[in-house]
Design a protein around this ligand. Structure first.
Ligand code: PHE
Length: 338
């Protein structure tokens, strides 16, 4: 290449840099002239072929060319826009998408465990609606019309007849009305009461009813042994169980069932109200009047029923000191039950 040709290439290269309209084009010019296999390095290699007399001038010009070109490239870099990407952009520096698998709510876990344990004893799961009739929730359960639990201060009424069930016991009525004995069911589900919320009460809570009615003799001893078995399966062999005489309109005799407090080990704490025991269930032998309401002959059937508080079981099983934790859906709390 002669000096004149060199000048011409110089002019072309500078023009190409000025004409480049985006960073990609600019980079192509850079590669063409000063890249490893670009024109300027190639000319440096060809220096030995240049006539000796021209060589110093030729070498100097190559140097100034390169310097000027690189300076202009640098200046133009700031002027041209970043290349516009077409199609989806993958940014490897963005944080990934976390998918944290959920866990079953402790209330759901307890219900599943209750169903599993009673399932071993031959109980199946029955269901009923949250919105019930006065008949199913009270009347057929032998609850007198003036009973305080029917008061609007305790029960959420929609009208004179419909209400949010205050217990899972109406499912007893539904099942017995629809099926001949023997029936052996548990019925987990939501219940509603106008309770003021505190550490152990909620206006919306869960119960699971149990009902066993047969034409063969069924006694209070069967009920006690069944619930004692359940307690040990659910809480472990160390749990204490006690039965206290009580009254329910739909059972006779009736008992309340307490489990020893798992949280304090029986020595007394806030959750068991310093008593060492937690009330878990109401139970008893199904009252003959209930049988008449559902069309069974009280002379021909025997049976027991119980209703357990699911949250109460969850609280003592997992050492939860405030029932409200079960409804706040704080992931830090819930994720401990995975
Ligand atoms: N339904 C009663 C309650 O909510 C519990 C219970 C159920 C009692 C079945 C006896 C028999 O308190």
């Amino acid at each position: 290449m002669t000096l004149a040709e060199l000048e011409q290439s110089y002019g072309e290269s500078m023009a190409a840099v000025r004409d480049a309209t985006d960073a990609t084009a600019l980079d192509q010019v850079r590669v063409r002239y000063v890249g490893r296999n670009g024109l300027i390095p190639a000319l440096v290699k060809q220096m030995k072929d240049v006539p000796a007399a021209d060589r110093p001038a030729f070498g100097k010009r190559l140097q100034t060319w390169r310097a000027e070109l690189e300076e202009l490239l640098e200046a133009r870099k700031g002027e041209v826009a970043a290349p516009v990407a077409s199609g989806p952009v993958f940014d490897a520096t963005l944080p990934g998408q976390w998918s944290v698998p959920g866990v079953e709510h402790p209330v759901t876990q307890v219900i599943a465990e209750v169903a599993r344990i009673f399932g071993k004893l031959g109980f199946t799961v029955a269901d009923g609606p949250d919105v019930e009739t006065r008949f199913n929730n009270f009347t057929a359960l032998n609850t007198a019309a003036h009973h305080p639990s029917m008061d609007a201060a305790d029960t959420f009424w929609f009208d004179d007849d419909l209400l949010l069930r205050t217990q899972t016991s109406p499912v007893q009525v539904r099942v017995m009305t629809a099926h001949k004995p023997p029936v052996r069911i548990i019925t987990p589900g939501r219940c509603y009461r106008r309770d003021t919320t505190d550490a152990t009460h909620s206006a919306n809570f869960h119960q699971t009813e149990g009902l066993y009615v047969d034409t063969r003799p069924v006694s209070l001893a069967d009920l006690k042994s069944t619930l004692a078995y359940f307690a040990r399966e659910m809480m472990g062999s160390k749990v204490g169980v006690r039965f206290r005489p009580h009254f329910f309109p739909f059972t006779e005799p009736s008992v309340e069932v307490d489990f020893s407090c798992h949280i304090c080990g029986g020595s007394g704490c806030r959750v068991c109200k310093q008593s060492g025991w937690i009330e878990i269930a109401g139970a008893g032998m199904v009252d003959p009047r209930v049988y008449r309401f559902v069309g069974y002959d009280p002379e021909e059937v025997y049976g027991y029923a119980f209703g357990m508080g699911v949250e109460r079981i969850a609280m003592i099983k997992y050492g939860i000191k405030d029932i409200r934790h079960l409804y706040e859906n704080d992931v830090r709390f819930l994720s401990q039950f995975g």
